[in-house]
Design a protein around this ligand. Structure first.
Ligand code: ADP
Ligand code: ZN
Ligand code: ZN
Length: 806
């Protein structure tokens, strides 16, 4: 027997399957999707088994030394999907597989195999029987060394859920199991025993009395000991006497465990919702793959459609993947899913600890969860019978992973949807141009929800020209209109949301006399001022510098921070509206775990008047008492030289407008801008997606951007500038001669941030329509420079379909 293994060497030449002989004692054990330890040159490496076969073209094969996981951690579908990812994003197969696993499994944590509660001891190898060896389970090594170990049996028990693998995460080495006492006897029987013990065993009698008084049938052992002051020995005696039974129960590190979820029932659908959901339900029924695009204004009931589609999937005994952007994955959102489906929902997002994420992942693998709600990487949930994949807010750029493998969750969803023959549903109030164009061409099926469920009007929006404000002498950050409205809300006891788009905002320190701007010495980018610690920081490499007291160029003292960050807005609010209580949400106030949620809760409980924040507050929030939304500088990202900047501006303004007046109170939106005439601002004000779409499509066509052209971005970096330029020129020339004359190659040019961490960066952009050989050519280029990348610190990265070329 021979296994094809993808080894853990992130290099071009090794990114293929290597054949290894399976030693006899592992023959029955090894299966596809397991990780194994193999000799590789002088080293020992881990790798994924992705094929089993009888023969190999090579002779003198080396032997697999050991197994890492006792059971497969990737199923066959995911193995194939990994190949697709490697091919289409030009990444290493090994990194494709790694990206599918929770962090806990990627690291070399020690693993232990444990008995579970469901274990029926008769079928389980003796090594695991309680009392024989360690109570906390055995490491795989210990199991293998034990003479009675029967690997086949262990695997069977693992797949039956009688044994389980736990990855010990050292920093989070908290107890995850606890002992629970069960009292099965009637209270009469207990009372009798109590009488009998009073004299001879007063301590045990006390414990019995406590149990009788409290009528408990089940109580954690520790709690019982704490409440009664009893020792472990006392409790043990009661167990030995058969009065109590004790079991070990797993405590999942469920971050939502302490919360109650009120069960919700499906709502009767509106006619529009009914029309949208019918073809989706039909596909679920008929096991048919199709991609839907639900274009529905905020509050049009998209989420209810998702919920009812998932319900149907669960009824069919299948599983559902629900993707939500990281920042929308609020407790409110989780509530809606847990409220409908209870504990069948696993939640995966980056706010969870490594251990918590692993626990949630394991619920999926053990088939305890039927639904996963999560951010991007939840698309790899190891379900085996997927009935629907939903991507909410499909336009969000966070669905694209900006490091290797550079995949887009939408494409993965469609690949998996094809495999499982199930519908894929994309939803948004502001779909991407790419998706909407596909829907118009009939590649996706379009469903439009025109109205809000409760017939509530979309909030009216006012666009304020900040140049006019300046002309009339208002130098404040707030226009007269916005300020008046803020005051009005304060008087009425209603709440307001203020959005400051951080991107493109100046948070740098400069000299008023000579214009000097403090820059990072390692990266060509200005340093960001942090008020709390009064230091300057580089967001790319972490470099820190003290705030200068004098300008290093001209020695002027007029050097300081003049930007308009959220802190500055907060200060101004405190000055102008001292009676208002303000919550500020930005990267600084939410960096500690749980703070994001805490601040939002405070606002939801109406303990503050104004919520001020960056993009992170634009989405998913649903506060009934919010009647005013102000956007402080709508055009702050409009002028970024990025082909998506108009689209992003339109999306943000539309989304943020949707935050106001979702309930009984009607809402108002004030948009402050220096370019009120720009179509993305005008059309967002009018909630007119279609006109925006048509207009922006013309622009994209004119400038040869997606969806009319595909893009590929090649970035080359090295410490020596001339070396980078030279290689970039050669790469561009190579592309020029190999691609068709329809392809457009831009570059080489310096990257938008030309130096990061002392490395120079140059790029080439390829615009193309149909280049069947492109991936092959790019691969050849990578192979060609492989040696230099390994030995010479050269990096060449390829991003197929970049979100931005900025
Ligand atoms: P979206 O996801 O499009 O923003 P939601 O699904 O969140 O919209 O719906 C907005 C509000 O309307 C929610 O409070 C939701 O509970 C409610 N809602 C949705 N569908 C219905 C319905 N058919 N009948 C009554 N209320 C509904
Ligand atoms: Zn100066
Ligand atoms: Zn830097």
């Amino acid at each position: 027997m021979i296994a094809g293994v993808i080894v853990d060497v992130p290099a071009m030449g090794t990114d293929k399957t290597f054949d290894y002989r399976i030693p006899e004692h592992l023959e029955e054990v090894i299966s596809i999707g397991m990780r194994v330890v193999v000799p590789f040159g002088p080293r020992k490496l881990t790798g994924f088994v992705i094929a089993l076969k009888d023969t190999s073209e090579h002779n003198r094969l080396k032997k697999i030394e050991d197994i890492v996981d006792p059971s497969p951690i990737l199923n066959c579908e995911l193995i194939e999907l990994g190949k697709w990812i490697a091919e289409n994003t030009l990444c290493f197969l090994h990194s494709a597989y790694q990206s599918m696993l929770p962090a806990a499994m990627k690291m070399n944590y020690s693993k232990k195999i444990l008995l579970t509660d469901q274990a029926d001891l008769s079928g389980i190898p003796e090594v695991f029987h309680p009392g024989l060896l360690s109570e906390d389970g055995l490491t795989w090594d210990e199991v293998l060394k034990h003479e009675k170990a029967d690997v086949r049996k262990i695997q069977q028990a693992l797949s039956d859920g009688e044994l389980e693998v736990q990855y010990e995460i050292r920093s989070k080495g908290k107890k995850k199991k606890h002992k629970v006492i069960h009292i099965d006897l009637s209270s009469e029987a207990l009372a009798l025993s109590l009488e009998a013990m009073k004299k001879k065993a007063p301590k045990q009698a006390d414990v019995l009395k406590y149990v009788l008084d409290h009528g408990e049938e089940e109580i954690p052992t520790l709690k019982l000991m704490e409440e009664t002051g009893a020792s472990r020995a006392t409790v043990k005696s009661l167990i030995d006497k058969g009065l109590f039974k004790e079991t070990e129960e797993e405590v999942y590190r469920d971050p939502y465990k302490d919360r109650e979820f009120k069960h919700t029932e499906p709502l009767p659908l509106t006619e529009e919702q009914q029309q949208a959901i019918t073809p989706i339900l039909d596909d679920i029924e008929n096991r048919q793959h199709e991609t839907f695009l639900i274009h529905g204004v905020t509050g049009s009931g998209k989420t209810e459609i998702y919920l009812q589609s998932i319900e149907k999937v669960i009824q069919q005994g299948k599983d559902a993947i629900m993707l939500v952007p990281e920042i929308s994955l609020t407790p409110q959102m989780v509530h809606r899913f847990k409220g409908r489906f209870g504990s069948e929902v696993a939640v995966l997002h980056s706010g969870l600890s490594v251990g918590e994420k692993y626990d949630e992942w394991r619920k999926i693998q053990r088939k305890e969860a039927k639904v996963v709600v999560g951010a991007r990487s939840a698309i790899f949930a190891p379900f085996e019978n997927i009935g629907i994949i939903i991507i909410d807010e499909e336009h969000e750029s966070s669905y694209k992973q900006e490091e290797n493998p550079r995949y887009h969750a939408r494409n993965i969803a469609i690949e998996r949807g094809k495999f499982h023959q199930c519908p894929v549903v994309l939803g948004s109030a502001t779909p991407t141009l790419e998706s909407y164009a596909r829907a118009q061409k009939g590649v996706y099926t379009l469903c439009t929800l025109h109205e809000r469920v409760n017939q509530r009007e979309l909030p009216s929006a006012e666009v304020v020209d900040m140049r006019e404000e300046l002309r009339s002498g208002n130098r404040s950050l707030f226009s007269t209109s916005l300020f008046e409205r803020l005051k009005d809300r304060l008087e009425k006891g209603e709440q307001s949301v203020l959005l400051l788009n951080r991107r493109g905002y100046s948070t740098f320190v400069n000299c008023r006399d000579c214009g000097f701007v403090a820059q990072c010495p390692h990266c060509d980018i200005s340093l960001t001022y942090h008020k709390r610690s009064n230091v300057l920081k580089c967001h790319y490499c972490g470099h820190e510098a003290p705030h200068p007291s004098h300008c290093p160029e001209c020695s002027s003292e007029h050097i300081r921070f003049f930007g308009t960050g959220t802190q500055k807005v907060e200060e101004e609010l405190n000055r102008l509206l001292p009676e208002a209580s303000v919550i500020r949400m930005d990267v600084d106030t939410t960096s500690r775990k749980g703070m994001h949620e805490k601040l939002l809760n405070t606002f939801a409980e109406q303990k503050a008047d104004i919520l001020l924040g960056t993009q992170m507050i634009a989405k998913g929030l649903d506060f009934p008492n919010v009647t005013l939304v102000g956007v402080l500088a709508a055009d702050s990202m409009l002028h970024l030289p990025d082909f998506r900047s108009a689209e992003r501006t339109f999306q943000l303004l539309t989304q943020v407008g949707g935050r106001a007046g979702r309930h009984i109170l009607s809402g108002e939106v004030v948009i402050q801008t220096y370019t009120p005439e720009h179509y993305s601002i005008q059309l967002a004000q009018q909630h007119d997606f279609l006109t925006f779409y048509n207009k922006e499509m013309q622009m994209r066509k004119l400038h040869q951007y997606p969806p009319f052209y595909f893009l590929a971005l090649i970035t080359i970096s090295h410490e020596e500038l001339m070396y980078v330029v030279d290689i970039c020129e050669k790469v561009a020339a190579r592309l020029q001669e190999s691609l068709s004359s329809n392809a457009i190659i831009l570059g080489p040019v310096a990257s938008p941030i030309p130096r990061v961490k002392d490395r120079y960066r140059y790029q080439c952009v390829i615009k193309y329509k149909n280049e069947p050989n492109l991936k092959e050519i790019l691969n050849e280029i990578l192979v060609h420079y492989q040696k230099r990348m390994q030995q010479d610190q050269l990096t060449i990265s390829v991003d197929m379909h970049p979100q931005t070329i900025l």
